[in-house]
Design a protein around this ligand. Structure first.
Ligand SMILES: [Zn+2]
Length: 257
């Protein structure tokens, strides 16, 4: 891990210096700790946020805050290793982190969300409040929303859970933690109105997490994955990762203009 970009690795004096060098810009990696099928670690969502933050921070010379390992994951409580926090807690924690960092000079915040649509509403609430009450700038960078073109070109199916998208990214970035041989496919069924993939262009209902009964069905079929992890590849993961790092650097540059 490249220590120099992580806030927790710096002394207070070094933080002061990095705040200036970064022109007050910091990335908050936010994820979850939740089951990711038989083949990916429960920290997947946080780990993807961390690895993207670290790579972009080195290029754009910004700081990365300590990651937030917890998200709203009630729908994954059917399997052990999952930790869920209430959405209102998430809003308060994120707001307090921003407020603390802002007090010492950070003004530009990137919420890097690895937990996809499930965390988005709460991050929007925290971000809006921070903008209104503290006068800071906030953007939310979500890999699922910032990779539509590359996911399409790699022939990957729609966003699900622990599918070929996350599988490929994790396989490339953390090969020692991935057990691809245990992955079980659970191809998306055709649904007329309910899609969480940002690439879907038709009419769609809004997201509400699954009930325990719906999740037990998922566990029975694939051990907790939805999608086709067998389509995952390390080369695809590399292309996806590099594409997202580039986009993230672009977003950072625009934010601090
Ligand atoms: Zn995930």
């Amino acid at each position: 891990m490249e220590k120099q970009v992580w806030l927790q690795s710096l002394t207070s004096e070094e933080v002061k210096q990095k705040t200036r060098e970064s022109r007050g810009t910091i990335i908050l990696p936010i994820g979850s700790t939740e089951q990711h099928g038989p083949h990916l670690p429960v920290g997947t969502d946080t780990m993807v946020a961390m690895v993207l933050a670290e790579a972009a921070a080195q290029k754009a010379k910004v700081v990365v805050a300590p990651p937030l390992w917890f998200g709203w994951s009630p729908h994954h409580m059917v399997l052990p290793g999952t930790i869920t926090i209430r959405p209102e807690v998430l809003v308060e924690v994120v707001y307090d982190v921003v407020k603390s960092l802002h007090q010492h000079g950070f003004d530009n915040f990137v919420f890097l969300n690895g937990h996809r649509i499930v965390n988005i509403s709460w991050l929007q609430i925290a971000g809006e409040r921070a903008k209104r009450e503290l006068g800071v700038k906030v953007v939310i960078f979500d890999p699922a929303y910032m990779s539509k073109e590359i996911s399409q070109s790699l022939g990957w199916g729609e966003v699900g859970h622990a599918e070929e998208i996350e599988g490929s990214h994790m396989w490339y970035c953390y090969p020692e933690l991935v057990k691809m041989e245990l992955a079980k496919d659970n191809p998306h069924k055709h649904r007329k109105l309910y899609h969480v993939d940002p690439r879907y262009t038709g009419d769609t209902l809004c997201y509400v997490p699954s009930s325990p009964a719906e999740q037990e069905e998922l566990v029975r079929i694939s051990g907790g994955a939805s999608g086709e992890p067998s389509k995952a590849s390390r080369e695809g993961g590399k292309k996806y990762h590099e594409h997202l790092v580039e986009r993230l650097v672009e977003v950072i540059e625009a934010l601090r203009e």
